[in-house]
Design a protein around this ligand. Structure first.
Ligand code: KG4
Ligand code: ZN
Length: 382
């Protein structure tokens, strides 16, 4: 089954063609990061206008790269929730129109479900996966590192055969931080969530304090390379159970920077960067990254204690690209049990939307009415 996935929930305009929920035939992502880097964050109206400009060229390129025509496409999938209102509108209106014009069934997908299903997309993430892939007779030649393989009932994707239920999913993005339990495909139970900021948002805000560009995640990793990860101790927020809090951690960094610089707590945060030396930025970055990743994984360990029958761990969302998080998770849960998307699919993309729709279809979800599909800026995964 060939699905065209469309994603526009935030500041990436993306479309992809995916076969059977895992074989990525094309993956086109136009990011607005360069536009928003200078503003230090996303401006919703600007994001929506940019989606509008590139949406159709992105869809056309996704079909062209996959060497497919509309006749080959079995269904269209689109993110309809959660996200920025104007951004979601462009993607859904495009998908609705295309579904009507080309007479294709339309599937409306939850953005976090897509992030989780990015883990089923076919692209080797490390040597272990590469070995498995190379053992398959159906292996096609590497195309831009996507390593497509044949999938389907007779040829299950190698990753699909390794990922086992019940599993615990840690979703870490710019808008969400959640732990979910999955007993089967398309069966989600939220068991932990952030009570305030998301972890990605916290990376972005701390980066801003340190004078680093948006998005904060990669910038903090880069700046922290030469820093001491134990140089500063930030208290981890004390939240009961499996819930998270990240606003306290951001404030802890802010106060420590002010203290280190000998400035009062009412000194404006936007000016601190003008006083910081490179070595201090490196130390703050490394120490913050360590605290944030430890905090995430401590909660995931706690979830494992509560659900010891867990067979796999899936880490998803933009922050799952973080190298320290990947290394630490492998150390804590074992390399064979923990899964990350290929970094190409950690951030927002259309392939993960197509993958999520495929597993929804397999579990009996019916298409949505293209004349009636609504967007929801906020909603929980179901
Ligand atoms: O999933 P995503 O692309 O968009 C949302 O659905 O929110 O996540 C974006 C977030 C940003 O906050 C960005 O700073 C963070 O993911 N991020 C990272 C890394 N790459 C992106 N955070 C930590 N380490 C990274 N390498
Ligand atoms: Zn996302």
């Amino acid at each position: 089954m060939l699905i065209l996935g469309i994603e526009t929930s935030c500041d990436e305009t993306a479309a992809a063609v995916v076969e059977d929920g895992s074989k990525v035939l094309s993956n086109v992502v136009v990011s607005q990061i360069d536009i928003f880097a200078e503003y230090g964050g996303v401006i919703p109206e600007v994001a929506a206008r940019n989606h509008l400009e590139v949406m159709m060229p992105v869809v056309k390129k996704a079909l062209k790269d996959a060497k497919k025509t509309w006749d080959d496409i079995d269904a269209i999938a689109v993110t309809h929730t959660p996200g920025l209102l104007g951004s979601l509108l462009i993607g859904t209106l495009t998908a609705r129109t295309l579904a009507i014009v080309h007479k294709k069934p339309l599937y409306a997908v939850h953005h976090l479900k897509s992030h989780i299903y990015a883990n089923w997309l076919h692209a080797p993430i490390d040597e272990k996966d590469k070995n498995i892939l190379s053992g398959l007779p159906e292996l096609a030649s590497e195309d831009e590192g996507l390593s497509p393989v044949k999938t389907g009932a007779k040829n299950p994707s190698p990753k699909e055969s390794l990922l086992s239920f019940p599993l615990l999913a840690l979703v870490v993005s710019g808008g969400h931080t959640q732990i979910l339990r999955m007993d089967a495909h398309n069966h989600f139970e939220i068991i932990g969530t952030t009570r305030d900021d998301a972890v990605g948002e916290c990376f972005d805000k701390v980066a801003k304090i340190l004078g680093l560009p948006y998005p904060g995640g990669p910038a903090i990793t880069k700046a922290g390379k030469t820093g001491g990860k134990n140089r500063y101790k930030f208290p981890k927020p004390k939240v009961e159970g499996l819930d998270f809090s990240f606003s306290g951690l951001k404030t802890a960094v802010l106060r420590t920077v002010q203290k280190e610089l000998g400035l009062p707590i009412n000194h404006p945060s936007h000016d601190l960067k003008n006083h910081l030396k490179e070595a201090q930025i490196a130390d703050f970055s490394a120490s913050f990254e360590k605290t944030a990743t430890d905090y995430l994984l401590e909660k995931l360990e706690k979830a494992y204690e509560m659900y010891p029958e867990t067979k796999s761990f899936v880490i998803a969302g933009g922050v799952s690209a973080n190298e320290l998080l990947r290394e630490e998770a492998k150390n804590r849960f074992g390399e064979e049990k923990v899964f990350f998307p290929n970094p190409k699919f950690s951030g927002d993309n259309g392939a993960m939307v197509a993958a999520a729709a495929y597993f929804e279809i397999k579990s009996g979800v019916k298409p949505t009415d293209p004349y009636k599909l609504n967007i929801l800026p906020r909603s929980e995964i179901k």
